[in-house]
Design a protein around this ligand. Structure first.
Ligand code: ZN
Ligand code: FE
Length: 275
């Protein structure tokens, strides 16, 4: 089995716009046997009014609410079309947003029967002026998060604290079993020259607690190689120092390319193989 558990499509407003069928053909060419299509869920109604920072960051974060039915229909059709070549798993990368648990639960209950595989990810945190998306740009992160919490590492700790809430959250029977890119807060780590950006001692404690909870709940992790290719990150989410702990605890982890372009499919698979 060769599996990519985290990929995007033309329905992603911050993706390349290339047809998902081209991603699938690339995965087949690379010998993948399993391929999960996990588009970003739409943001809750009214969320924009409670968010702050770069407007583009917010409006391009998830798929359009009006596209969900068409998205699912199209992905299930492609799953059938390519069933002889590859096992396609249709689903979502679901956003966990504190305070919007009811919306997320309703969404999952509405579409759960059509979901084969899904990821629960944290991209939004409370920051300057309201909710902020954390992975848009180093400048937006600095203004919205680092300045708000005081230091890079304080913002980092907020990320792991919120991941603990994510794992505990009751989102109903369709809650995803896999936690997305658990160190996304490190995406711009080498950009800030006068900040300590390595994982703080407090963050390591929080991560240990997180891994305990993940293990206890029978969840799994997204081993997401996208960070290796981000100019200010240079390591997977999570990095090898954390993967050591993941393996010690025998927590299942699934390779995810987090492809937003056809050329991303399969990237960093070697790093996964050598773990
Ligand atoms: Zn995305
Ligand atoms: Fe994500």
């Amino acid at each position: 089995m060769k599996r990519d558990g985290h990929t995007h499509t033309e329905f992603c407003p911050h993706g390349s716009g290339e047809e998902v069928e081209l991603f699938i053909l690339k995965a087949i060419e690379l010998g993948f046997t399993d391929y999960s299509i996990t588009e970003h869920t739409p943001l809750p109604k009214g969320f924009k009014d409670q968010a702050s920072g770069e407007e583009d960051a917010i409006i391009t974060a998830g798929m359009n609410a009006g596209d969900v039915d068409y998205y699912l229909k199209k992905m299930h059709q492609l799953k059938k079309k390519y069933a002889k070549e590859i096992n396609i798993h249709v689903g979502f990368e679901v956003d966990y947003i504190t305070g919007f648990e009811d919306y997320t639960t309703d969404f999952l209950n509405e579409y759960g029967k059509l979901i084969d595989d899904s990821i629960l990810s944290l991209h939004f945190l409370q920051g300057a002026g309201g909710y902020r998306v954390i992975d848009y740009s180093p400048e937006d992160y600095q203004n919205g998060m680092i300045h708000h919490y005081g230091t890079f590492q304080k913002a980092q700790e907020k990320y792991f604290q919120t991941l603990l809430q994510l794992v505990d959250a009751d989102l109903g029977i369709y809650k995803p079993k896999r936690v997305g890119h658990i160190t996304l807060c490190q995406k711009f780590q080498t950009f800030y020259k006068d900040e300590e950006t390595h994982l703080s001692a407090e963050s390591i404690v929080l991560i240990d607690n997180l891994l305990e909870k993940v293990k206890k709940n029978g969840y799994e992790l997204d081993f997401n190689t996208a960070g290796m290719f981000k100019p200010y990150c240079g390591e997977p989410y999570p990095p090898l120092q954390i993967m050591k702990k993941v393996k010690e605890r025998e927590i299942p982890f699934i390779y995810g390319s987090d492809s937003h372009h056809v050329t991303d499919v399969g990237r960093g698979y070697q790093a996964f193989k050598t773990l």
